[in-house]
Ligand binder design. Structure first.
Ligand SMILES: Nc1ncnc2c1ncn2[C@@H]1O[C@H](COP(=O)(O)OP(=O)(O)OP(=O)(O)O)[C@@H](O)[C@H]1O
Ligand SMILES: [Mg+2]
Length: 431
């Protein structure tokens, strides 16, 4: 093969994918349109890198509407990320909405002028948005709010108290379901966790601020979608297997793997396993970190148990005992299902029993590093969670296993052992 420098790398690691290259999620898009067309509200949640931002951009693209015989000009679309509202508070949020609304209203100069006046008078607010919605309604249009990273709105910060957050969320709910103008508004929000599990606790007797949403998880790719994403590469069966081992159905991890492999393929080079491992790790670390940080204490403990169980199999000799972890896993089905929906773990049924493992072998390595880097104080802080999950004796067994790991770090195999499948496949190269 001759080198072909003009072949563009079609993979976009770390960037939302363009609607033209968007793969899968057909059912979720249909659900989104059902909600939009009935002026409803949808809450999408999914793990880090599962494709939430790409999904919103797909919904905002005119061709997605025309493909469904819908007129995109009926919707005035405002897409924003709460991460971009800094510091997050209600005033800054509504101001950002009005700024984007102004840009989106080039076809409606009169309404655009109204929006501009509110901005000039610094009165961009939920109440004034109601007047804008009425004006849109008169033109037989509606506002579609696409709000990314809604987790931020659920977390207090120095300029946003818990009470501010409660007020903001209840304002949004009133706007969406009680105001007369709600017939001219549809919205989709995305978050890393289900809204009822993320941030802001309800006070007794308070009706939930998230009642008006239809909930929809954005799940990892199935095999067909994962294969479609890698379709442009001449992969050997061993390489396909190796990629599944490190990325499973995570669009983010697949994009990184695809990008690195395509680069080598285009240059007609045999991929270097060490360089691949180092680059893959560097480009994906933050997804693992987010998945860890956005897990509850119970989920983190389950991930630690899972990693320690598998590490045992990777050590040369059996060095510690964890007791019967299957009992613990079988009692925490709900948490494990949640981790599965977020693309962190997957399960297989073996001999009639559900067996969990990490979706990415690198996430498993990452959790082992997290355990290695923790200390006695952190371990003590986890004891309560341990005791909620297991007997005192078993908690002691797990605690000893963790202490063993601290003292025997050199026995933990290097990262390449976790990437074993892909590294051996890489040295054979492409089809
Ligand atoms: N449907 C898709 N088809 C192809 N690639 C996708 C798809 N969805 C996401 N990706 C790719 O996966 C990566 C992560 O996507 P995206 O940023 O949309 O995820 P996210 O859930 O918003 O991540 P984060 O939690 O970091 O905000 C990007 O590289 C993107 O190109
Ligand atoms: Mg995102």
């Amino acid at each position: 093969m001759t080198e072909s420098p003009f072949l563009r790398n079609p993979y976009v690691p770390g960037k939302p994918v363009s609607p033209l290259l968007f793969i899968g999620h057909g059912n979720e898009i249909e659900t989104a349109f059902d909600q939009i067309l009935s002026r409803g509200h949808l809450a999408i949640w999914g793990g880090s890198g599962i494709g939430k931002t790409s999904f919103l951009e797909m919904i905002a693209a005119p061709q997605t509407w025309t493909f469904r015989a819908q007129d995109p000009t009926k919707a005035v679309i405002v897409l924003l990320s709460c991460l971009g509202v800094s510091p997050f508070n209600a005033a800054n949020f509504w101001r950002e909405v009005f700024l984007l609304l102004k840009e989106a209203l080039t076809d409606e100069p009169e309404i655009q002028k109204e929006v501009e006046d509110y901005l000039d008078r610094q009165t961009a607010s939920k109440d004034n948005l109601r007047s804008i919605l009425r004006l849109l309604g008169k033109r037989e249009k509606f506002l579609l709010l696409l709000i990314d990273d809604y987790d931020v709105a659920l977390q207090p910060n120095p300029s946003y108290t818990e009470q501010d957050a409660a007020n903001f969320l209840s304002d949004c709910r009133n706007l969406a379901s009680h105001a007369k103008e709600s017939q001219y508004l549809a919205s989709i929000v995305t978050s890393l966790r289900r809204l009822n599990e993320a941030g802001i606790k309800l006070k007794p007797g308070e009706s939930p601020w998230y009642n008006h949403y239809l909930f929809q998880p954005l799940k990892p790719f199935n095999e067909t979608d994962a294969a479609a994403l890698l379709g442009g590469l001449p992969l050997t069966p061993a390489l396909k297997d190796g990629i599944r081992d490190i990325a499973d159905g995570s669009p983010a991890l697949l994009q990184v793997a695809g990008y690195l492999l395509f680069r080598e393929f285009r240059a007609n080079r045999l991929p270097d396993p060490d360089a691949f491992a180092a680059e893959f790790q560097r480009a994906t670390e933050h997804y693992f970190e987010d998945n860890w940080n956005f897990s509850s204490e119970t989920e983190q403990t389950l991930l630690m148990l899972l990693a320690l169980t598998h590490l045992k199999g990777r050590l040369l000799k059996k060095r510690y005992d964890l007791g019967d972890t299957d009992v613990i896993f079988s009692q925490k089905e709900r948490e494990l299902r949640d981790l599965e929906e977020r693309g962190v773990v997957i399960y297989q049924v073996k001999e009639g029993k559900k067996q969990y493992r990490f979706a990415s072998s690198l996430m498993e390595w990452w959790v082992i590093k997290e355990i290695e880097n923790s200390d006695e104080e952190a371990l003590q802080a986890r004891q309560r969670t341990f005791l909620n999950l297991m007997s005192r004796r078993q908690a002691e067994t797990v605690t000893s296993a963790i202490r063993w790991l601290w003292q025997n770090k050199e026995e933990v195999p290097p990262i390449l052992a976790w990437l074993g499948k892909i590294t051996s496949a890489l040295s054979i190269g492409f089809m």
